[in-house]
Design a protein around this ligand. Structure first.
Ligand code: FAD
Length: 498
């Protein structure tokens, strides 16, 4: 070992990653162990923090995410030392990390919160953009401002938000499923969203919530190295951002169902292929012809070819385990994340992980499932800190209550969306029934029932049912006597069960 390595600074706790998981972990450690030194190493100059926390029920929370300069964390929590650099190597036997500026840091306990990386279609193609951090959204806005047509590939939350926000530009939305927003909602809810999109009132009342944000000048958001990413954007990432193209008025969305991208063709390849691109999917008189005048062409598996200005690839994330797993020392779960047990411990001694980088590998509670979301990154970050502190003191710790029930609050197509428990009957096979209440343009309520007990729910609109349903799922009350009347508008369900 070199002299430089021997002199490396020691911290009882080191956290890697300045996203919501890492920041929450460091803040919680600071609170639990005010006497101990904590080091937070983050490749991004901005950190993510939670503000304006609203508690709806026992586990259902809504909060805003704000970006702050790294230094603010150090001011708020004096025992946290923050470094804006990237880890490039890990020596787990020696309990040490090496940063890109060639400095070693030794840890007592380490929490890895390095997030995820977008799975970008045809990576390296300059006409394809992945959306993840502030920098990539800025690039997207810039390209969109002169665009006439974009092709968006993917069916998760990012694609859904983009499709809704883009104005004055044709959007071809290519999804592999039979209904939109499949990661989050069922076909019925998808239909509910689509029908509201075509109503004349849909462009109104797109209220913009005001949230305090710290912003840095653009150059500060540059990456330490080209492959290092900033923290993933969060619930309000489209807020206040101009997403306007240069063609037509308002929204123009065409969905291509059950397709994947089979290949991308350059202008020259398109010309020599002898194939014909589709004209404007909405209206052939708009002037957007299928002739070879687009920078890039997208051929879909159904044979349709669309020319466009650029492609947005929003096909999910993969856990960002490199470079900490450069030597392949960790047990990796089937989805590529660092496998963690019910104490957020990885397979290596004294190494924990939280957020998008980890895969929950414990036997989950009946109504909880992992999804790579803000709320879970935060809960995991806090729980990992509690485990680190308890283990450092050789104390026992029990699993946090938040892992009893899956809850998620978001907004799609300008509707409040709440997902509870096994909201899409995940893992129930065919052994369940659904109860539905739909008022077009107003609300969509679906409950998943098994043996008369509620297993999950999707609530769209201002239903006010979240707290009641959360309790019904958690306490597994037998509701069979109510049958379909459970969702009848004539029954004041909240009074029954609260
Ligand atoms: P990240 O936020 O990805 O943070 C990772 C951190 O690790 C970063 O600071 C990065 O710089 C740092 N890092 C990486 N490698 C290194 C290294 N080698 N050394 C040092 N630091 C390193 N979730 C929702 O719940 N609701 C939404 O509406 C929503 N919208 C989203 C929109 C977009 C565009 C994206 C990309 C994601 C969205 N998500 C949303 C998902 C949510 O943002 C993530 O689940 C959450 O941010 C994960 O947090 P994290 O702390 O695990 O990781």
């Amino acid at each position: 070992m070199s002299g430089e390595q021997l002199q490396c600074e020691y911290y009882p706790f080191i956290v890697v990653g300045g996203g919501i998981a890492g920041v929450t972990c460091a803040e919680t450690l600071s609170l639990l162990c005010p006497e101990e030194k904590i080091l937070l190493i983050s490749a991004s100059p901005l950190i993510k923090a939670v503000s304006n926390l609203r508690q709806y029920g026992r586990t259902l929370q809504q909060f805003d995410v704000v970006e702050k300069p790294l230094s603010v964390l150090q001011l708020d929590c004096p025992n946290i030392h923050v470094l804006n650099t990237a880890v490039k190597e890990m020596d787990h036997e020696e309990h040490k990390l090496l940063t890109v500026d060639e400095k070693w840091y030794r840890y007592g306990k380490l929490c890895i919160c390095t997030g995820g990386k977008p799975k970008v279609l045809m990576e390296g193609n300059k006409h394809v953009l992945g959306i993840r951090d502030t920098e990539s959204v800025q690039e997207f806005q810039e390209r969109l401002s002169s665009a006439r047509r974009v092709v968006i590939v993917g069916n998760g939350g990012i694609a859904t938000e983009l499709v809704y926000q883009i104005k004055n530009c044709e959007v071809v939305w290519a999804i592999k499923d039979a209904s939109i927003t499949k990661t989050f909602v069922d076909a019925g809810a998808a239909e509910f969203f689509l029908s509201s999109l075509s109503s004349p009132a849909e462009m109104k009342d797109e209220s913009v919530s005001k949230r305090m944000k710290y912003t840095l000048e653009k150059p500060m958001i540059s990456r330490l190295t080209p492959d290092l990413l900033g923290g993933a954007l969060g619930p309000d990432w489209t807020e206040g951002r101009e997403m306007q193209g240069q063609y037509g008025e308002g929204r123009s969305i065409h969905v291509e169902y059950k397709v994947e991208v089979s290949r991308l063709l350059s202008q020259e390849e398109m010309k020599s292929s002898g194939k014909q691109a589709k004209k404007s999917p909405k209206n052939d008189e708009t002037g957007l012809s299928g002739e070879a005048s687009w920078p890039i062409y997208v051929e879909l598996t159904n044979g349709h070819i669309y020319g466009c200005d650029f492609v947005v690839s929003a096909t999910g994330v993969i856990p960002n385990v490199y470079p900490l797993n450069k030597n392949k020392q960790f047990v990796i779960a089937s989805d590529g994340g660092l496998s963690v047990n019910d104490h957020m411990m990885t397979s290596l001694q004294d190494v924990y992980a939280a957020g998008d980088v980890c895969s929950a590998s414990w036997e989950p509670a009946p109504h909880w499932l992992q999804m790579r979301l803000w709320s879970q990154a935060r809960q995991m970050g806090a729980y990992a800190a509690k485990c680190m502190e308890a283990h450092a003191k050789e104390e026992e710790i029990h699993m946090d209550f938040c892992f009893e029930l899956f809850t998620h609050v978001t907004k799609f197509f300008n509707y409040k969306v709440i997902l509870l428990g096994r909201f899409n009957a995940q893992g129930l096979g065919d052994d369940y029934e659904l109860l539905l209440r739909v008022t077009k343009g107003h609300e969509y309520v679906k409950t998943v029932m098994k043996d008369g007990r509620m297993q999950g729910a999707i609530l769209i609109g201002e239903t006010d049912l979240e707290e009641t349903f959360e309790n019904l799922i958690l306490n597994q009350m037998d509701l069979s006597q109510y049958g379909e009347d459970l969702l009848s508008p004539d029954i004041d369900i909240e009074d029954y069960f609260d």
